[in-house]
Design a binder for this molecule. Structure first.
Ligand SMILES: [Zn+2]
Length: 64
C-alpha cells in the first residue's frame, strides 16, 4: 500500500472518490483532495462517492 493510500483508506479499507471530479475523500471524511496518483492509477477497492461541491453543483435544489 502506498503512502497516499494509507492516508485515504477509511476504516473499512475503502477509498472513496467523487464520481464527477475524481477527488478523494480523506480518511476522516472532512476533506476532498485531488490525489494525482489515484487519478492516474486507480487503486483497488475504490467506491464512487459524491463530494460536497459536486453535490451542490449537480443535486442542489436551490438552483433553478
Ligand atoms: Zn466532486
Amino acid at each position: 500500500m502506498t503512502n497516499a493510500e494509507e492516508n485515504y483508506r477509511n476504516r473499512s479499507g475503502i477509498i472513496v472518490m467523487c464520481m464527477y471530479c475524481r477527488r478523494t475523500q480523506s480518511k476522516a471524511g472532512a476533506r476532498w483532495d485531488r490525489v494525482e496518483e489515484f487519478i492516474q492509477n486507480r487503486p483497488k477497492d475504490v467506491s464512487d462517492g459524491l463530494c460536497d461541491d459536486c453535490m451542490a453543483r449537480y443535486y442542489s435544489s436551490q438552483k433553478s
